[in-house]
Ligand binder design. Structure first.
Ligand code: SAH
Length: 343
């Protein structure tokens, strides 16, 4: 059986208005069975049901946080698990999706990295997270307007599947999201960033997890940083901006005593000169055994002030879902076999 959600809308079975009806049931109404597609002939529904799965998941569990964020834990058909986070705050309903089970990047302060790599998610397993969250929250899928590829995994290392998923998100007959409201976050892989810049039909927002302005510090916290210098990453970021005209966001997890020194703020400001950028300071979300602590509020404020004084556009990310283990870098499964799978 194939997963229907793995298909780009142009590759859907059926033609013309039947295809549009099918796409509307899947992405507009978010129905869970072919039987619910009442304007399709009964035989056609049976035929589709014999060929395609509609749900990529065997089981879905939720953990609700006091601040309103909801963690969705998915068990895939092969028994492996991964998570998405729904953040319904302000006027924006945002979903944070995973692109992998686990992650090979192994950033030292990230709980997902500590799990190791399981496997890539398929396009349908990625976009299915939106349909499942919409269903769980009593929304129509298209009411989820903002999406960040910031869950488990490194999207640029699952490039093809992530690109197909992004095209399904933006397709007017599928989820119809605005490219302005879709952000891909990467550990900073210059080759992948250039490849993304060349996808001219996409133009989604790019966020780079820089976390340090200098190679010595960055290499101690991001193993893949050994192969990509900060200078190479910044070159790729400039090319992304030149190609897409988009402001580039730099994520910076504040790690006490590691990357929060005043000279690092100064160096970071220097790196960003000439680039239309935004710096997002993320207080480190603690997890047991990480060996890292968040910088204090005062240290974060000092770092913020130093950047602002140098004309850098900067904000501090308010942490969501900490009590549900759903904050940035806390997505990690506590069950044996969740990365390896059981089937
Ligand atoms: N692999 C991608 C996307 C996933 S992580 C990337 O590296 O960008 C999303 C963001 O959360 C990244 O900036 C990541 O570095 C950050 N992060 C990871 N662990 C964290 C933690 N414990 N506290 C705060 N931010 C964390």
């Amino acid at each position: 059986m194939e997963l229907l959600l793995d298909l780009h809308p142009d590759a859907y079975p059926l033609e013309g208005f039947r295809r549009r009806q099918l796409l509307d049931w899947v992405y507009g109404q978010g129905v869970g069975t072919f039987d619910a597609m009442t304007n399709l002939p009964t035989e056609l529904r049976a035929e589709l049901a014999a060929t395609y799965h509609l749900s990529p998941y065997r089981e879905i569990e939720t953990v609700r946080s006091a601040d309103g964020s909801v963690k969705y834990l998915f068990t895939l058909h092969d028994g492996r698990q991964m998570e998405a986070v729904y953040m319904p705050y302000l006027d924006r309903k945002t979903i944070c999706v995973s692109t992998m089970v686990g992650c090979p990047a192994k950033c030292a302060f990230c709980a997902t990295g500590a799990m190791g790599f399981g496997r890539n998610l398929t396009p349908g397993e990625i976009v299915g997270q939106i349909l499942a969250v919409a269903g769980g929250e009593g929304l129509e899928p298209r009411e989820l307007r903002n999406l960040v590829f910031m869950g488990m995994g490194e999207p640029l290392l699952n490039y093809t599947n992530t690109m197909t998923a992004a095209r399904i998100l933006l397709h007017p007959l599928a989820l119809g999201m605005s490219k302005r409201r879709v952000t891909l976050s990467t550990v900073g892989l210059p080759k992948g960033i250039r490849q993304l810049a060349a996808e001219d039909d996409l133009g989604i927002k790019l966020a780079i997890s820089l976390h340090a302005p200098d190679d010595v510090t960055r290499n101690t916290i991001i193993p893949t940083g050994h192969r990509n210098s900060v200078a190479e990453i910044m070159d790729a970021a400039r090319e992304y901006q030149a190609a897409t005209g988009r402001r580039v966001t730099f994520e910076y997890a504040m790690l006490r005593g590691v990357n929060d020194h005043p000279w690092q703020a100064e160096e970071l400001a220097g790196l960003l000169r000439g680039l239309v950028s935004h710096v997002n300071l993320i207080p480190m979300n603690p997890w047991e055994g990480s060996g890292f602590e968040s910088s204090s509020e005062e240290q974060i404020q000092t770092f913020y002030d130093a950047l602002e004084a140098r004309g850098i556009d900067v904000s501090v990310r308010r942490s969501r879902g900490k009590d549900a283990g759903a904050a940035c870098g806390q997505l990690a499964l506590k069950r044996p076999g969740a990365v390896a799978g059981s089937a």
